[in-house]
Design a protein around this ligand. Structure first.
Ligand SMILES: [Zn+2]
Length: 478
């Protein structure tokens, strides 16, 4: 396995391939999700979907092909997405009258339909989510993090007024933050995007931002208040209580399979994946060690533990293949299985088993009578521990005392010379696009978001030195 810090990308690609999460296909930028990769997504989906439904949303499905004329209706939207749209121009041997885009997102199709579905204030709010694939023909791709086709969920809601729509926008951002922190064990900063980083067609975009182990940022989820822009473009009006026509206010919000990539880049180590228990396809692996084939009692005992864990709904595997224990340890470590239980003749004699947590260095000795409880406890504490470790790493790599562009350049240079991570920088910004652009050009650092709860507040712009309107996270981003 490649050294993680020396060549992070190489480490990442090797890790996801060896852990059997994905494979490349002949279509550039389009990957296959293998079962272990897909199951991580399924557990993320379960966590999200449950919360969507608890807050009144329902799932629906919309077509993948979108007529070109739909995109022309919202000017910012087409400008933002047209460079990366793949088109269907021919079907059944004939040229289509109007070419159809493979959806990059579904605001336009859904806007068209909502204009028919929504007639009166009684129809509102409309709270719909879609689990689907989308296409954005990217020049530079990286499995899970940025691919030409990816899986995601997109919520699309319509409301009577701005207040209700903004409440929804924030509610969904909070749900994203909760899932990413509590289920994926990734700490995030929630905040507002600057205008240049806004979703094409949004009034306001909010995001959660996560730090990877190489210090780069990943936008882990976004929630948009769309105002009446799509309502006006698609004529989505309702009759209010005073019997007058009004435009609805809409929102959209999304998270995607890049969360899989984020989990790997946040928790993984030199031995491979480290998966938070809540999303691990296999949470516990049982491995017989020593001359176990001559001791039928070992397998009997392991079968018993296996059945007890299974009965509790824990995802457990028993590895009784004829590979050596050392080989098996490496394999399951590579796959990031949270807890490993070893049982050999001597352990059995002492009425104990060994428990190894994927993210720790020391094995624990567990009394056989408590083994199931001990595993349950370890899965719970590991989940919290991973979040805490990631938080410590992030906090150690965020910098809040860099206040000028030369200081930032110096900081990046020093990190390069020392082989350390430059990480994120919290700095002031005057609100001018030109300053944002200049920082990007000179350092590749872009604005990530204007955090709701910054560690400190900045008073001068990092670029021009004028009064800062906002305190912003700057980072290199995927
Ligand atoms: Zn400035």
């Amino acid at each position: 396995m490649s050294n993680q810090l020396e060549d992070f990308s190489k480490w990442y690609i090797e890790t996801i391939q060896k852990a059997d999460l994905m494979d490349y296909t002949p279509v550039r930028g389009c990957i296959a999700f293998k079962p272990d990769g897909y199951e991580i997504w399924e557990h993320i989906q379960e966590a999200m979907d449950r919360r969507f439904k608890e807050t009144g949303h329902r799932n629906a499905y919309f077509p993948m092909l979108i007529p070109e004329s739909f995109f022309q209706k919202e000017k910012d939207h087409i400008e933002g997405f047209s460079p990366e749209l793949p088109w269907v121009t021919e079907a059944a041997g004939e040229q289509l009258e109007e070419r159809l885009a493979l959806r990059p997102t579904s605001e336009t199709m859904i806007g068209h339909l909502y204009s028919n579905w929504i007639k009166s204030y009684r129809d509102l709010p409309v709270l719909i989510n879609q689990w689907a694939n989308v296409f954005r023909w990217e020049k530079k791709t990286l499995p899970f993090i940025r691919t030409s086709e990816f899986l995601w969920q997109e919520g699309h809601t319509a409301h009577v007024d701005e207040e209700d729509a903004r409440k929804e926008t924030m509610q969904m951002l909070d749900i994203y933050k909760e899932v990413v922190e509590q289920v994926l064990a990734i700490p995030v900063y929630d905040g507002q995007k600057t205008p240049s980083e806004r979703f094409a067609g949004a009034v306001d975009t909010y995001s959660i931002e996560a730090m990877m182990k190489n210090g780069k940022a990943v936008q882990a989820g976004t929630s948009h208040y769309l105002g009446t822009k799509f309502a006006e473009a698609f004529n989505i009006k309702y009759l209010n209580k005073a019997n007058q026509h009004e435009y609805v206010h809409t929102t959209s919000w999304g998270t995607s399979t890049r969360l899989i990539g984020s989990v790997i880049m946040v928790h993984g180590d030199e031995q491979g994946l480290v998966l938070p228990p809540r999303i691990a396809p296999t949470q516990v692996v049982l491995i017989p060690v020593g001359p176990w084939k001559k001791n039928p009692q070992i397998m009997e005992q392991l079968d018993e533990i296996f059945a007890a864990l299974k009965a509790k709904g824990i995802r457990v595997r028993l590895d009784d293949s004829d590979q050596s224990p050392g080989f098996k340890f490496n394999e399951w470590e590579l796959k990031g299985v949270p807890v490993r239980i070893e049982l050999g003749p001597r352990d059995l004699e002492n009425n104990q088993a060994l428990l190894m947590a994927r993210d720790e260095d020391e094995k624990q000795t567990i009394d056989l009578s408590h083994v199931v409880t001990a595993i349950e406890e370890e899965l719970t504490t590991m989940q919290t521990r991973l979040l805490e470790k990631a938080r410590q790493f992030r906090d150690a790599n965020t910098h809040t005392t860099i206040d000028t562009l030369p200081q930032l350049q110096q900081h990046i240079e020093t990190a390069k010379d020392n082989g350390t991570i430059p990480g994120w920088v919290l700095a002031g910004w005057c609100g001018e696009d030109t300053c944002e652009e200049k920082v990007k050009e000179e350092t590749k650092y872009t604005t990530r978001n204007i955090p709701f709860n910054p560690p400190t507040t900045k008073t001068t712009c990092i670029c021009c030195g004028n009064e800062a309107k906002h305190t912003v996270w700057f980072a290199q981003a995927y």
